[in-house]
Structure formats: C-alpha cells, structure tokens
Design a protein around this ligand. Structure first.
Ligand code: ZN
Length: 252
C-alpha cells in the first residue's frame, strides 16, 4: 500500500482483526455483486469504499423512478441509464482506485460461469429465484463463497453459503430448485427503504470478512430480520445430503 492507501484505509488497519494484512487481501480481492438494486447499492458502495480491489456489478435493468426510494447507488439524474453503469460511476466517485466492471446484463450461462470463477466472493443481491439458483449453482461448481440476501416488505434474510466447508449448506439445500415458489416482488409487495440498506450493508460485512479472512462469517446460519419490531432471529441451517446441487460436489 502507498501512503494515500495507508491513510484511506487507516481505520481498518487500526483494527486488530484486520490490520495491514487483511486490508492487502481486500485490495487483491474480486467481489461479484449480482444486482445493482436495493441490496446491491449499499453492498457495492461499502465494498468499494472499504478497498475491495475489483468490484463486478451486474444488472440488466435501467434506473426507474420507483427505484430511487431505496437504490442509493443511483441519483435522480441517472433515470433511464443502465443500473450497472450508473452504479459504476457512483462507486468510482467514492473510490477511484477500485477497478469496477459494469455488466449491463442479467448474468446467466457462460458469462455467469466466467465471472463467478474469477471472484473471491459473490453477493446475491438479485430479485428473482431463477438468477438466485443459477448463481448458487455456479458458486458451488467453482467453490466460491456466496453471501445471499433478500428483502421484501419489512422482512429481511441473510446467510452465507460456503461449500468449501463440509458443514455448509448451499442455497438449494434450503430452497430446492424444484419447489414451486411464488415470486414475491417489491413491485407488488412493497419494501421498506432502509431494510434494503440494513440487509445489503450486512451482506457487505460478510463479504469483507470472507475476502479479508477475518471474523467468523455466518455460514450455516440464516438470519431473519423483522423491520417492524427491529428484531433478529437466527436459525441453524443444515446441509441437505440429497441436495441436487451440492451433493455431487461432496462426493468428489
Ligand atoms: Zn445444497
């Protein structure tokens, strides 16, 4: 790190758990943020400000007036722009040293495999089950830890799936891909603006711990946050021995 970096990241370096070594690991890390909306906004902003070397921001949507209540990566004057590009501009304004890659597409197929395989950690900040399952399967295949968040109405969820660890479930252990699930969307159900900030910020915290190699990421635990009462509940997540996504990996 040069002198400016030592200053920029000095409040991290002061922390016994982080110090120069973990900060160097953050600078060398790549984080893939899938979705530049309510969760991806605060998540990506903290990753960039905290010095993750490369942030890949993927989103196929454009900025809409209904987004601005919570998607703080995007300013009013970004209406109509691609979210990934609007987000990249905000991240570079926060920290021009970060290498930001803007992908203006809904990640799937070969592109998803390509970017997941190059990532230190993946943050699922998307809003649909198809992408969630595709991202999970790619993370399992490439053994990349996944920080998964969700926010709807006043209800938030968060967990970390890290199938490099034998005791960790994957997203599909919990939500089998064959289950018929009804998509719940902010567009129809509504969402409390700061809830997305709380959960997205928490995702950034877990991703920084994983990429920096400090603390104890919440692997095998599902955190449930109720924004009405500001209460947190946690449940243990076992892995599913018959999971169609990760069971074969375990048998390798
Ligand atoms: Zn699984």
């Amino acid at each position: 790190m040069n002198d400016a970096q030592l200053l920029r990241y000095s409040r991290h370096i002061l922390l016994e758990e982080i110090g120069v070594e973990a900060q160097e690991r953050l600078l060398a890390a790549t984080a893939l943020v899938v979705g530049a909306g309510g969760l991806g906004s605060p998540a990506a902003m903290y990753l960039a400000s905290a010095g993750v070397g490369r942030v890949i921001l993927a989103d196929g949507d454009t900025v809409d007036l209904t987004n601005l209540q919570r998607q703080i990566l995007h300013r009013h004057d970004a209406l109509g722009r691609a979210k990934a590009e609007s987000g990249r501009d905000t991240l570079l304004a926060l920290n021009p040293e970060v290498d930001v890659v803007a992908l203006t597409e809904r990640l799937s197929g070969d592109a998803l495999e390509h970017w997941v395989s190059r990532s230190t950690v993946v943050l699922d900040c998307c809003d649909n089950f198809e992408t969630r399952h595709a991202v999970n399967a790619a993370c399992v295949r490439h053994r990349v830890p996944l920080v998964s968040g969700a926010a709807i109405r006043f209800d938030g969820q968060l967990s970390v799936y890290d199938t490099r660890r034998a005791d960790s479930p994957c997203y599909a252990c919990l939500f089998p891909p064959t289950d018929a699930v009804e998509e719940v969307r902010c567009a129809t159900m509504g969402v409390f603006a700061p809830l997305t900030g709380i959960i997205g910020t928490w995702q950034a915290a877990e991703a920084l711990k994983i990429a920096g190699g400090f603390g104890d990421p919440m692997v095998g635990r599902l955190m449930l946050f109720d924004g009405r009462s500001s209460s947190v509940n946690e449940i243990r997540l076992p892995r599913h021995p018959g999971c169609p996504v990760c069971a074969a990996l375990r048998a390798d």
